[in-house]
Structures are given as structure tokens and as C-alpha cells.
Design a protein around this ligand. Sequence first.
Ligand code: NAD
Length: 452
Amino acid sequence: MTAKSANPIESHLTRRDFVKATAGLAATSVAAGALPARAWAFAGGTDRIKVGLIGCGGRGTGAADQALAADPGTVLWAMGDAFKDRLDGSLASLGKQMQEKDAGESAGSTKWKDKLQVAEDRRFVGFDAYRKVIESGVDVVLLASTPVFRPIHLRAAIEAGKHVFCEKPMAVDAPGVRSILETVAMVPSKKVSLVGGFCWRYSDAERATWSKIHEGAIGDVRAIWNVYNTDGWAGTTPRKPGWSDMEWQLRNWHYFYWLSGDHLVEQAIHSIDKIAWTMKGELPTSCVAVGGRQCRAAVPETGNVFDHFGVEYEFASGARAFHMCRQMANTPFDNSDTILGTKGTCLVNSWAPSHVIDGETKWTYDGPRRNMYQNEHDALMKSIRDGKPINDGVAMANSTMMAIQARLAAYTGQVVTWDQAMQSQENLTPKTWAWGPVTVAPVPKPGVTKLS
Ligand SMILES: NC(=O)c1ccc[n+]([C@@H]2O[C@H](COP(=O)([O-])OP(=O)(O)OC[C@H]3O[C@@H](n4cnc5c(N)ncnc54)[C@H](O)[C@@H]3O)[C@@H](O)[C@H]2O)c1
């Protein structure tokens, strides 16, 4: 993999949004300069908010850039990754970006390169890098590693009293979600913020649209139909001589469900989260799903993940939700939501972008469309400055569990209730982390693979 996100849509947006974030910073700096001194006081009486990045890939690098743009006092203080080349690549990319910002018209009084303060002894590599980042004196950590590690990393960060930006998914299995929920319960007593990477929840247009739905603009929600179809994937990482199984699988993590959760949990979870958001946190009583692996070549690089899923959730309120996702080359892209209510319909095509309600209420969103990834970090840093913590934890955990519930239903071919999913004992996390052999589980087979 290259240092950019493997998701072509998301990496494209990250680059485009970076330009917008750069343009927006002059205004941020002016506004922040006008803040009363009290609002500037931070831990230890300093203005600085020290940020640590854990997982220096495409999304992590983007998140670091956004954290630096979110507040004049943020500095990148420490970085951690499983691999040195990934860390070095991320730091070099950020260095280039800061240089461009310093040379750009919007630089203002900000010295962007001074925001990169990752001294050599605060660049950590290996499985314990996360702990060293957390112990390096940072105030905030950005969690953007391969998903399987998230419960471990989040637990360590919150226990240490750090503010957190946590990318989705929050786990790849039910034990991971249960761990996340335990950690989330600690957040209020730690008085820290936990902002989740379900980025549509920080998008201006989506926020306005879902507010309208929750206010009753389409009446009672009866059905949700949403789609996350992509035209394949950005490529595999062929194995190099000398790489252990662990190294190769980690470098090629999207294709191994023990690392990624499969693409339903890793990518299409954004759509599953929109279902959860529509239902205002009502959890599905049961789920039935189909899925398979029709187009992924039978080569080791494509691991053991499926390439398509179809999911149906049932809710006690009588509503149903249907989701389809696909990763197949040469097929059309679709990432849309249709929400049917007793008084109208809401059609969302987030990327178009188009947000329309029709029925008793007629409404089209025409407000601002700021960069949602930047909004996440603006909200996080503001919550820290204002001393008003955000805790996205429960919603993050529930959406992750809904996606895992659907994967369990598709892999086994069985109807899976919420309780069965929550109590699942399937633990995809190895007992120890070492650069050695890792057996790849066979591709799951509905009707044969058992629910555990
Ligand atoms: N919200 C969004 O729109 C969005 C977009 C892209 C990715 N993501 C999420 O962000 C996460 C990272 O995705 P990405 O596209 O940046 O992938 P990536 O492969 O580019 O980056 C992941 C990085 O984590 C590192 N890593 C692996 N194990 C680690 C460990 N134990 N400790 C520290 N670092 C470790 C990898 O070496 C790699 O550099 C994923 O969870 C993904 O789902 C979210």
C-alpha cells in the first residue's frame, strides 16, 4: 500500500478537503486570536495542545493535518506505527503539506512547519508504539491504525486520560465492542472528549437532514434502504521476500477479516451508521444477510473477505432497514440513502451532493458544505478549549456492533439477533502480537460456518 488511503473516494476527498482546510485556517487563526485569555488556558497553563498520531497511514495522516488546522495551538508531538516506512512516509507528507501552507497565501501569521514537533525520540515503531505515543506527554491521540487494534488503543488512551479522535470501525468482533463499551463508560469520569470517525455525523448537510428526519419531516420512519457500492479496491500488497505472515497481512489488512472486519464493517459501516442515526439509537432486534465472494481472484493477496453483502435489519418499532454493499471492479458507484416515512421520503446522495425531502414537507438542503473531516477536529479541539467534552462512544460502538451483526449473519447464513451478536464469543484478536506465522481462516460459507 502507498501512504494514501486505500479507499479512492476517501483519499480523493482528503486531498481536496486539505486545500479547503488550508484556505479556512486564516479565519480560524483570526478568530482564535480574539479569544479571551481564559479560553486559551490549557493543561499546564500552556496554549499548546500536543497531538499524538497512532496509525500513520492515509487516514491518520489526513487526521493529523486536520488536527493541526483545527486550532492555532495544536502541534503534532508524537507518532506511532507498526512500520517505520509508514511513519516516515506520513511525516514526510505532512512536512510537504506544511511547507506548502507556509508558502500559500492563507498562511497568515501561522508558522505551519512549527506545528510539526515530532522529535526523533518521539517516533515509535512496532506493536507497542501506541503505548509510547500515549506516554509521550500528548494531550490528544488520533487512533487511525488497522481496525483490530482499536479496542486496545482506545482503552489505553482513555485510561491515561487523553482526549481521543477514534476512526471507525471501533472493533472487528463482539469482544472488541464489549471492550469499547467498557472504555466508553470510563470517559465521563476522565473528563475527556471522544470524537468518532463516523464523518457524516459531522457533515453540515447530513446534520441538517437528519435533524429534519428526527423532527418528524417524513413522519414515522418505516423503511431505510441504503447502498455502498464501489468499483473495486485500490489494490493489494503482494508479499515481499522476508516478510512474515503477520507483516504481510498487516500491510494488506483490508483483505483479512480478522484485521479489517471485512468491507461491510470497514467501509460500508458508514451506511450502517446512517441507519443507526435514522433510528435514533434503536437497536435492531434481528438481522438476516447474504454475501459472498464472486469476483475476488483466488490469489492469496485477496485474503478471505467477501466482495458483496445484502442485509436486512428488523426493529421492534416495526421499521425495516435494507443495506447493500459491493466492491467489484467495473461496476457503478452508489452511496445513497432512501428513507421512507409515513408522511414523506428523504433521498440522500451524500457525494453528489443532494439532500431532499418530499411529501407533506418539501425541503432541499442548500446550506454550507464545509469539510466534514475538518469539522470533526474543529469540534474536538473546541470541546477541549471550552472544557465541554464530547462523547460519541455509545453511538460509535452500536454502529460497529450492527455491522458485525450483519457480517455474522452473512457468514453463517443464519438469522442473528442483537443479543446473539452482542454475546458472540468469536474473538479475532490474537493472544499475542508477534512477527511470525498467522494462519488464514477459510472463506466463510453460509450454512456451514457456525455462529460462535
Ligand atoms: N472515516 C473515513 O472516512 C475513513 C477513511 C479512510 C480510512 N478510515 C479508517 O481509518 C483507519 C486507517 O485506514 P487507512 O486508510 O489510513 O489505512 P492505512 O493502511 O493507510 O493506514 C493504517 C496504518 O496503521 C498502521 N498500523 C497497523 N497496525 C498498527 C499498530 N498496531 N499500531 C500502530 N499502527 C499500526 C499501518 O502500518 C498503517 O500505516 C481504518 O480503520 C479505516 O477504516 C476512515
